[in-house]
Ligand binder design. Structure first.
Ligand code: ZN
Length: 280
C-alpha cells in the first residue's frame, strides 16, 4: 500500500538539537517514511528556565521550514507540568512557581499570536506520576489559566495528564466548559483507545500510534495519531520512533481497518479543524 500521496500527521513529537537528531534530520526521517505534517511541542527545560524551550522550538520550526521540502510543520508552546515538580523539588515555593509558570504561559500566548505556525498552547496539565495535593491543586489552577488563554486566542490546547480514562475526559470537559472553552479544541495527548470517551465528552483524543490505534480505528475516526517521540539518543527505544505514524497508518490500510477516506479524516480534516490550518 502506497501512502506517498496521502496526508500523514504526527500530532505530538519533540525534537532536540542537542541530545537527539535535531529538527532537520527528524523531519527528513519522517518524510522518508511518508510523513507530511509534524506538530512539534517544546521540551521541558528542567532548569526552571521556562521560556527558552519555546524560543528553541520556534527556531527548530523555522529550520525545518527552510531546509526540508515536503514537510509541513506547526507547533504548540507551553510549560510541561513536570517543570512544576522540578521547581518544587528545588525548594521553590508554590506561590513562586505558580507566578513563574503563569508568566511563561503569558509569553506562550504572545508567541501564538505572533507566529502563524504556532497553533496552540501545550503541553500543559498535570504530572503523570503521583504528586502532593498542593502540587495537584496548583497544576489544575495553571491548567485552567491555560484554558482561558486558549479561549481568548481561539487556539487549541494539548493536555498532558496522569492517564486517559472516562474520568479525565469528563473532568477536562468540565474544566473547559467552566471557562467557556470549546472542549473540541482541547486535545488529550498520549491517549489509549479512548475514542468513545472523546465522542461523549468532546475532548479530542491524540492516540499513541501503536496497538491502541488499531482498536480505536475500528470504532471511530475522531482521533489524531502521535508518537510522543522525544529525540534523545541516550534513550533509544524509550518512545515510539519517528516513522511510527506513517508505518502504522499503512498497516491500518493494509488490514482494511481504514480506507483512504479514513486516512484523510484522521490526518488532514481532524488536524485542520483542531488547529485552524490548511494542509492542502
Ligand atoms: Zn510530549
Amino acid at each position: 500500500m502506497d501512502i506517498k500521496n496521502l496526508p500523514i500527521t504526527d500530532n505530538h513529537i519533540h525534537v532536540d538539537g542537542k541530545r537527539g537528531y535535531g529538527p532537520e534530520k527528524v523531519a527528513k526521517i519522517f518524510r522518508s517514511a511518508g510523513g507530511k505534517t509534524l506538530i512539534l511541542l517544546n521540551k521541558p527545560s528542567f532548569t526552571g528556565d521556562l521560556t527558552t524551550p519555546m524560543d528553541t522550538l520556534i527556531r527548530d520550526i523555522e529550520t525545518i521550514r527552510k531546509n526540508v521540502e515536503g514537510v509541513k510543520v506547526f507547533g504548540l508552546v507551553g510549560v510541561h507540568p513536570c517543570e512544576i515538580t522540578t521547581m518544587a523539588e528545588r525548594g521553590k515555593s508554590l506561590d513562586y512557581i505558580k507566578e513563574k509558570v503563569i508568566e511563561a504561559i503569558n509569553y506562550a500566548g504572545k508567541l501564538v499570536e505572533e507566529y502563524d505556525f504556532l497553533v496552540g498552547i501545550g503541553e500543559v496539565g498535570r504530572p503523570h506520576f503521583k504528586v502532593s495535593e498542593e502540587i495537584w491543586r496548583v497544576s489544575n489552577e495553571i491548567l485552567l489559566y491555560c484554558m482561558e488563554m486558549a479561549r481568548d486566542i481561539g487556539c487549541a490546547l494539548q493536555i498532558h495528564g496522569e492517564s486517559a480514562s472516562e474520568e479525565q475526559f469528563r473532568e477536562f470537559r468540565d474544566m473547559a466548559r467552566s471557562v467557556s472553552l470549546n472542549p473540541e479544541k482541547v486535545i488529550k495527548h498520549h491517549c489509549g483507545d479512548n475514542v468513545l470517551e472523546g465522542e461523549k465528552y468532546g475532548i479530542f483524543p491524540s492516540i499513541i500510534a501503536s496497538k491502541p490505534v488499531v482498536e480505536a480505528a475500528k470504532k471511530s475516526l475522531r482521533f489524531v495519531m502521535e508518537t510522543d517521540y522525544i529525540d534523545d539518543l541516550r534513550r533509544p527505544g524509550a518512545v515510539l520512533g519517528i516513522k511510527t505514524v506513517p508505518r502504522r497508518t499503512r498497516k491500518l490500510l493494509e488490514m482494511g481497518i481504514i480506507n483512504e477516506e479514513g486516512v484523510y479524516r484522521i490526518h488532514k480534516e481532524n488536524i485542520e479543524k483542531l488547529y485552524n490550518v490548511d494542509l492542502d
